[in-house]
Every structure is written in C-alpha cells, then in structure tokens.
Design a protein around this ligand. Structure first.
Ligand code: ADP
Ligand code: MG
Ligand code: MG
Length: 205
C-alpha cells in the first residue's frame, strides 16, 4: 500500500464528499418541487457511507471505484442510487481494462443510458452528463491538462443543467408533472453539475 497515493485519494474523496454535503438541502428542495424531495438525502447518505469506508478501501483506482459501486448498490436509495451504481460499475470496469479516466467516464455514462434509456433533452441527469462527455472529448483533443479538462466538463454540465429548466420530463418522477416542472432545473442534472464543479475545485485546490 503506497501511503502517499493512499492519503491523496482519501483526502480528495473526503474533500468532495464534505463539499457535496452543503448541497443536500438545495438538491432536496429542487427534488421536492418536481419529484419526491429525497435526492439530497439519497446523496448525503451515500457520501457518509463512502466516507466511513475510505480507510479500508482498495487503492488502485479501478478497485477503489468498484468498491464505491458496491457501497452505492447497498446503501443509496432512489432512482439515482441505481443509476449512480451503474455509472461506477462501468467506470470501474473501464479503468480495470486499462482505459484512462476520460474514457471510463464515458463508459460510466453509457452504463446509465443502458439502464435508464434517457436521451439528451429528456430532462434527466444525462442533460448534464452528456455535455460533460462532449467537453472532455474536445478538451482532450486540444491536449488540455486534466485540471483544465475537469473545469470545462463542470462548466458544460452546469450549462446543460440550466437548459433543463425549459424541458419537459420524459423519464423519472417529474414526467408525471408535465409542464409544471418548467422553470426549475432537473434536480439530478443539477446534482451532477454540482458534483463535477466540486471535483474540479478539489482537484485544483
Ligand atoms: P426518485 O425519483 O426515485 O426519488 P432521485 O430523487 O434519487 O429519484 O433522483 C431523481 C433524478 O434521477 C431526476 O432528477 C433525474 O435526473 C434522474 N433520473 C430519473 N430517471 C432517469 C433515467 N431514466 N435516466 C437518467 N436519469 C434519470
Ligand atoms: Mg427523488
Ligand atoms: Mg425517491
């Protein structure tokens, strides 16, 4: 066990989880407007469970993210719980096959699509994730550094989440609302935008 890597990965995760906790209330409020109000607490519970196990998790990134998938599968509720689990399963598998994080991120998003079937414009988390995938592609083609790639991904995700304010939901609970969701962002898309912004901030700090 390489202690430097160990402390780095653990500190990074702790930083992301701690900052994400600040979003709990806002995300649940958003979900209460258009869904059942549990998204913030679903994420917070998942974050706590991961944080509790950080010290005993494997350190290679592939196995580390696989362990996260297992925790999410066991502990995270809601539609998001299932879909985040799918993301981390595909993300970790791709890393274990030797792909870099950018390709693994795309594979993770593919895992969500396979399971949930949502396309861009359906007013789901995909409306933040798919623009992030595009931004990552473009930034890597331009040979930008990881720090910059993450920043551009976060910006693209937030722009995508903002666009969901005008969308009518086709998947998930808010699809029952029809046009009543208009004016509010999709909570799942906003959660992704928040998470990517925090990941970028922590990576760059
Ligand atoms: P639940 O409706 O079970 O309470 P959550 O509150 O955990 O679910 O998550 C809600 C979010 O899940 C939505 O805002 C949306 O972004 C996302 N979502 C719902 N269905 C899908 C789907 N089929 N594909 C991708 N994302 C989805
Ligand atoms: Mg909900
Ligand atoms: Mg729910």
């Amino acid at each position: 066990r390489d202690e430097t890597t160990s402390r780095g990965v653990v500190r990074f995760c702790e930083g992301v989880i701690d900052r994400m906790m600040c979003k709990t209330q806002h995300l649940s409020d958003l979900d209460a407007l258009v869904g059942d109000g549990d998204l913030g607490s679903n994420l917070e519970k998942a974050g706590r469970k991961i944080r509790d196990k950080l010290d005993i998790m494997p350190l290679s990134l592939g196995l580390f993210t696989e362990a996260i998938a297992t925790i999410l599968a066991d502990e995270m509720g809601g539609t998001s719980g299932v879909l985040y689990t799918a993301f981390f399963l595909h993300f970790s598998r791709s890393l274990q096959q030797g792909h870099l994080w950018a390709a693994a991120f795309e594979a993770g998003c593919g895992g969500i699509t396979d399971l949930g079937g949502a396309k861009e414009g359906d007013r789901t988390m995909m409306d933040a994730l798919l623009p992030a995938v595009q931004a990552i592609h473009k930034a890597r083609e331009e040979e930008k550094q990881d720090a910059e790639v993450l920043k551009l991904a976060a910006d693209a995700a937030q722009k995508g989440a903002d666009k969901t304010k005008e969308m009518q939901a086709k998947k998930g609970r808010s699809s029952y609302l029809g046009s009543r969701a208009i004016g509010h962002p999709d909570p799942g898309a906003q959660a992704i935008a928040d998470l990517l912004k925090i990941i970028s901030d922590v990576f760059n700090s």
